[in-house]
Write a protein that binds this ligand. Structure first.
Ligand code: KE4
Length: 425
C-alpha cells in the first residue's frame, strides 16, 4: 500500500505544493495531508486505509454524502450517451428549470464550470450592464480566484495570509473597493463619494470563507436599498450557501432579492459546475444575446447536468433540510456542552448544516474578529479530531458541512470526538 506520505512526496515533484487547490495542503494546520482513495456516504477512506467521518463534504457539494446512489445512477445513465456534445442538450433545460423554480430571484441562468467563473462573469455583467467600473466587495468574503476579486479575500487566500494575491495588477485592484463586512455606514460613505461609478456590490450573504459570520439585522436590506437607489447591481454569491441553508439559499431565508446570484458546488452533484442567474433584463446582456462576452467548452455538459439535476431533485421538496437543520443543531449543542464543561472560550455559529468553531470569547462579526481567534488552539483541535477519526476543514477560516448521509451513529461518534478533543486541550 502506498501511504499518503509517499503519495504526497511524489505529488510535490509534479504539482505545485503537491495539491490542485491550496487549502488541501494543510499548510495552516501543519502536518501532511492524507490522500483519499474512496468516499461513501459520510466516510472518507484514506490511502492509509483509515476511515474518517467527513465534515468537509468536498467543500460543500456533497450535501447528500459521497457517492450517492441516485446521483451515481444519473451520471451512469447520462454516460451511456456520451460525455460532452458541445451543442445544446436537453439536460441544460431541466437544470435551468430547476434553478429558476427553486431560486425565485432567478429569471434566467447561464451554466459555467466553477464558482470562480460564475463570480467573474457576474462582475463583468454588472460592469457591462451599468457601464460603470467599480465593484464593492467585503473583507474576508471569498468569491474564487478571479483577479478583481482576489483582494482581501477569504478561504485559502486568508489561510495563507495572502488575501491580496501576487500577480493582480494595481489597475485591476483599483477598481475593487474592499470594505469591512457588517458596516453599512462604510458602504453608504462610498456611495456618497462615487455612487455613480459603482457597478455593483458582491458578497457572500453569510460569509463562510472566514469561518461563518451572520449579517447584522438590516444589513442585507441596507445593501439592497443602496443598490436600488444608485442603479448598482446587487450580487449574492451563494456558491456555498445556495441550496445549502435552504432550497432558495440565504436570499429566501432572509427575504432579500438580489439582482444576480452566483451558484456552484451542490448544483454539480460533485462534478465541476457553476452558474450565474438573475433578472432577465440583466442576464440578456450576456452573449450571444448581448454585448457581455462569456463562454465555456464544457458549460452545461450532460454528465455534470445529470449529477446536478439529481442532487437538486433530492432537495426540491424541502424535507432534506428538516434533517440537515436537526443535525446541525445537535452538533452545535454537543460542542457547546463540551465548551461549557471545559470552560474553553469558543463561539459556534451554525445555520442548518453549516457550522464553524472559533476559539474566542467574543462573537465574530467580521474578518478582524475572525483573524483574532486562537489559531494555535484551532490547529491543535483539528489534529486531535483527525487522530480520533473525524475530518474537519484544515483551516479556522473554513466552514464545516453535514450531509443527509451522516447517520445518527456517525453524528454521535463525531460529537464524542469533538468533546474529547476539547477536553484534551
Ligand atoms: P470554485 O471556483 O472553487 O468552484 O468556487 C469559488 C467560490 C466562490 N464563491 C464562494 C462563496 C466559495 O466558497 C467558493 C469556493 N469555496 C472554497 C472553499 N472555501 C473552495 C475550496 C478550495 O478553494 O479548494
Amino acid at each position: 500500500m502506498t501511504t499518503s506520505s509517499e503519495l504526497f512526496e511524489r505529488a510535490k515533484e509534479l504539482i505545485p505544493g503537491g495539491v490542485n487547490s491550496p487549502v488541501r495542503a494543510f499548510r495552516s494546520v501543519g502536518g501532511t495531508p492524507f490522500f483519499t482513495k474512496r468516499a461513501n456516504g459520510a466516510t472518507l477512506t484514506t490511502a492509509d486505509d483509515r476511515e474518517l467521518i467527513d465534515f468537509v463534504c468536498t467543500w460543500g457539494p456533497a450535501i447528500h454524502g459521497h457517492n450517492n446512489e441516485i446521483i451515481r445512477e444519473a451520471v451512469a445513465k447520462a454516460l451511456d450517451s456520451g460525455t460532452s456534445f458541445g451543442t445544446p442538450n436537453p439536460y441544460e433545460i431541466t437544470m435551468a428549470e430547476l434553478i429558476i423554480e427553486m431560486v425565485p430571484s432567478i429569471e434566467k441562468v447561464r451554466m459555467v464550470n466553477s464558482g470562480t467563473e460564475a463570480t467573474m462573469t457576474a462582475i463583468r455583467l454588472a460592469r457591462g450592464y451599468t457601464q460603470r467600473n467599480k465593484i464593492i466587495k467585503f473583507e474576508g468574503c471569498y468569491h474564487g480566484h478571479a483577479d478583481s476579486l482576489l483582494i482581501k479575500a477569504g478561504s485559502g487566500a486568508l489561510t495563507f495570509g495572502n488575501p491580496d494575491s501576487a500577480g493582480v495588477p494595481e489597475g485591476f485592484a483599483r477598481e475593487t473597493i474592499v470594505l469591512p463586512f457588517n458596516d453599512l455606514g462604510a458602504v453608504q460613505d462610498v456611495f456618497d463619494t462615487c455612487g455613480d461609478d459603482i457597478a455593483g456590490i458582491i458578497l457572500e450573504p453569510y460569509p463562510a470563507n472566514v469561518g461563518l459570520i451572520f449579517p447584522k439585522d438590516g444589513y442585507l436590506q441596507g445593501l439592497r436599498d443602496l443598490c436600488s437607489k444608485n442603479g448598482s447591481v446587487l450580487i449574492f454569491d451563494e456558491v456555498m450557501t445556495g441550496f445549502r441553508v435552504s432550497a432558495g439559499g440565504v436570499q429566501t431565508k432572509e427575504g432579500i432579492t438580489p439582482d444576480l446570484t452566483t451558484l456552484g458546488k451542490i448544483i454539480g452533484g460533485g462534478l465541476p459546475v457553476g452558474a450565474l442567474g438573475g433578472k432577465a433584463e440583466i442576464m440578456d446582456h450576456l452573449a450571444p444575446e448581448g454585448p457581455v462576452y462569456q463562454a465555456g467548452t464544457l458549460s452545461g455538459n450532460p454528465l455534470a447536468m445529470a449529477a446536478g439535476i439529481a442532487a437538486l431533485e433530492l432537495l426540491k421538496d424541502g424535507t432534506a433540510y428538516d434533517r440537515l437543520d436537526h443535525l446541525g443543531v445537535q452538533v452545535r449543542e454537543a460542542i457547546q456542552s463540551a465548551v461549557n464543561e471545559t470552560g474553553i472560550p469558543a463561539q459556534i455559529p451554525q445555520v442548518g448544516s453549516m457550522f464553524c468553531l472559533y476559539f474566542t470569547d467574543t462573537p465574530v462579526k467580521d474578518l478582524e474578529d475572525a483573524s483574532n481567534t486562537d489559531t494555535e488552539r484551532f490547529n491543535s483541535y483539528f489534529h486531535k479530531c483527525l487522530d480520533l477519526g473525524v475530518y474537519i476543514p484544515p483551516s479556522k477560516y473554513e466552514g464545516n458541512f453535514i450531509s443527509t448521509a451522516h447517520e445518527n451513529a456517525s453524528i454521535a461518534r463525531a460529537c464524542e470526538v469533538f468533546a474529547e478533543a476539547l477536553r484534551s486541550m
